[in-house]
Design a protein. Structure first.
Length: 364
């Protein structure tokens, strides 16, 4: 297949591109605007492949998207291009509206125009795969909400039928794009499939996100900031497991279906930070414990309490399940950052110093 991947120089996108080039015979057309979080250094290993092409363009540019579709004749589209950091969306929501909503609209329209020109066989096999987030569902009840101990067995999970209740400008923009994608299926018959994933982690993650931020700050002796009391729970998914799942969905998933992708790893944020500190204590020991660098800071506005994915549908329908546990995946991740300090330096262009983002006036 010719697979058009948007946002293929980002964290999840680059993992997907590497997976396709290294593990299939398909070709990839990577369309990426190369904002601060997109970096071609993440694709060095595959950039010389004859099956890989790169186009540096904004998905909001209708004319350029038309040209790319016409020139490369994709068999499927895997749409990952998005602004994705909640803290940035709190202080600057405009870019999120532009890229996540208007960019998705542009791609849907170009894909609709393009499929109308295809012969029946190619049109029938075409798919528009929209990659989204579990944050569109809002948050779930937290164990701290229950009086009885060991209540985890009765706590609900996000399913593909969970109602949308986004909390941040980021999640609201992704929810909006999900709704657009479904509308283009129902109104125009565009063959679409949607996936909603839990928190990703792994190599090549831009250091504004929790895990790489903590690793790099710890190594430099800087504070390790934890929001509130660190009780917020996330379901952690190793990015290479996610890439495998995405490929299964685009090749085997049914048009019109939604598939939730999760790692089966619910962890409190404080637990995650402490786990990183424990690994570093073993791999790069120093006089004091890394956990002594943990500091608690004012919580994020509108911070969701708990995310947790029910990924039984993608397992039963497509046979996918994660290969990494949180422990094995986190160890691989920490080791990768220790061995790739040059990448970490190259992606931080000087405009971001790993300072806290997303604060409202009066918060500290």
């Amino acid at each position: 297949m010719n697979i058009l991947v948007t946002g293929g120089a980002g964290f999840i996108g680059s993992a997907l591109v590497r997976h396709i080039i290294n593990n299939t015979t398909d070709s990839v057309i990577n369309v990426d605007k190369l904002t601060y979080a997109g970096n071609l250094e993440s694709l060095k290993d595959i950039e010389e492949s004859e099956r890989y092409s790169f186009e540096c363009h904004d998905i909001c540019n209708h004319k350029e998207m038309q040209r790319i579709f016409k020139a490369y004749q994709p068999d499927v589209v895997m749409h990952l291009a998005a602004e994705s950091h909640v803290d940035r969306s709190i202080t600057g929501p405009s870019e999120f509206i532009q890229t996540n909503i208007l960019g998705t609209y542009t791609l849907l329209e170009v894909a609709r125009e393009y499929t109308s020109t295809l012969d029946k066989d190619k049109r029938d096999s075409f798919k528009f795969h929209h990659i989204s987030t579990d944050e569109v569902y809002g948050d779930l009840p937290h164990p701290d909400d229950f009086e009885e101990p060991n209540c985890e067995d009765v706590l609900p999970l996000f399913t593909e039928k969970t109602s949308y209740a986004p909390s941040s400008p980021y999640s609201a923009s992704k929810a909006s794009s999900d709704h657009l994608v479904r509308a283009w299926l129902r109104t125009y018959g565009l063959p679409v499939v949607i996936t909603n994933c839990s928190n990703n982690y792994g190599p090549y993650h831009f250091p504004e996100k929790l895990i790489p931020l903590v690793i790099l700050n710890a190594l430099e002796g800087k504070p390790l900031p934890v929001y509130g009391e660190g009780n917020q729970i996330r379901d952690w998914l190793y990015v290479e497991d996610h890439a495998r799942a995405l490929y299964e969905v685009v090749t085997k998933g049914q048009v019109g279906e939604t598939y939730n992708i999760g790692g089966h790893n619910e962890k409190k944020n404080l637990e995650v930070v402490q786990s990183i500190c424990g690994i570093l204590d073993n791999l790069v020991p120093k006089e004091k414990k890394y956990s002594e660098q943990i500091v608690f800071v004012a919580d994020r506005p509108g911070h969701d309490k708990r995310y947790a994915i029910d990924a039984s549908k993608i397992h039963s329908d497509l046979g996918w399940k994660p290969e990494e546990t949180f422990e094995t995946g986190l160890l691989k991740t920490v080791k990768w950052y220790l061995n790739n300090q040059s990448w970490c330096k190259s992606v931080q262009d000087g405009s971001y110093k790993r300072e806290r983002l997303g604060q409202l006036k009066g918060n500290s």
